[in-house]
Design a protein. Structure first.
Length: 281
């Protein structure tokens, strides 16, 4: 197992590609948008060089990682030789299904197809392919190179062999795994979305400022990040899609906060757009 293709080069895709490349895998990073893919390349190179200067990776690892990375807008060229494909496109079920159908036609029959969905059903996605036994969710966390966990979610038909191989790859990526039964939002997104949404409602109700809500949760509850700064890091558009899916599947408790809807409508998408609950230079 040595070729990983990552589909989608946004916040998560570029992080997964970087982590896979420094772990010795040959990596094809694909995006439909050439400008986004070029930006991902610059960001990954910047991260690689910064990590080398700080001594986190050796000069040899830096050179090998650069050699191992291929940036490719054509999905067929990017995925035809892959042993594992990790999809990290927008959190939209129709888009994910469309991509899995294409990958099913492009990839070798033994290729494992994984989705980095935060909330959605690998069973539903896998059922649209001829290889539901080789479809699984690998839920990475942001920023990928720093966060230790991958949540593994099997679909109804996912085989033990697929789980075994994906666990082995996760270890090579220097990650810990948990195996979670399929349910909307798994363990982490179900919990995290609720905390974030409550923080947004509190902000809207004037309970405290964004800074003080985050400070209270960090210093009072010992979370490493506040829920509002975390939502900004995730991307408010992505968080809204997560909330909408959880609201649809789990009900009222997950109704997206009106302030989240308002910010997304205004184009305030968090760190990636320069402003969200905070402003970024
Ligand atoms: P993003 O919006 O930053 O990136 C999505 C990328 O997909 C964009 O670059 C877009 O151009 C690309 N794309 C769209 N259609 C495509 C296609 N047909 N082919 C190839 N590329 C295409 O989103 P993100 O935050 O990286 O989230 C991606 C996935 O990861 C979502 O399912 C999200 O729920 C999940 N996730 C996100 C986070 C997070 O913190 N942002 C954490 C864990 C999981």
């Amino acid at each position: 197992m040595d070729i990983i293709t990552v589909v989608g080069s946004g916040v998560m895709g570029k992080g997964i590609a970087y982590t896979s490349a420094i772990s010795g895998f040959k990596v094809f990073l694909n995006d439909i948008n050439e400008t986004v893919l070029e930006k991902a390349k610059q960001d990954i190179y910047g991260l690689l060089e910064g990590s080398c200067q700080k001594g986190f990776i050796s000069a040899e690892q830096l050179a090998t990682a650069k050699e191992n990375l291929v940036f490719e807008t054509n999905l067929e060229s990017a995925a035809k030789d892959a042993d594992l494909v990790i999809e990290a496109v927008l959190e939209k079920i129709d888009l994910k299904i469309e991509i899995f159908k294409k990958l099913d036609a492009i990839c070798r029959p033994d290729t494992i197809l994984a989705t980095n969905t935060s909330t959605m059903s690998p069973t539903e996605i896998g059922a649209q392919t001829a290889r539901p036994d080789k479809v699984i969710a690998m839920h990475f966390f942001n920023p990928v190179h720093k966060m230790k966990l991958i949540e593994l979610i099997r679909g109804l038909e996912t085989s033990d062999e697929t789980v075994r191989i994906v666990k082995e790859i996760s270890e090579k990526l220097n990650k810990e795994t948990v195996e979670v039964n399929e349910f909307p939002g798994f363990v982490t997104s179900r919990m995290n979305c609720l905390i974030g949404n409550e923080a947004m409602n509190m902000l809207m109700e004037g309970v405290a400022s964004a800074e003080d809500i985050d400070k209270a949760i960090k210093l009072g509850l010992n979370h490493p990040m506040g829920p509002l700064e975390l939502a900004d890091l995730v991307g408010l558009d992505t968080r809204l899609r997560n909330m909408e899916y959880l609201y649809q599947t789990l009900g009222e408790k997950y109704r997206p906060s009106p302030i989240l809807l308002k910010y997304v409508k205004a184009g305030r998408l968090g760190k990636k757009s320069g402003s969200g609950f905070y402003h970024y230079s």
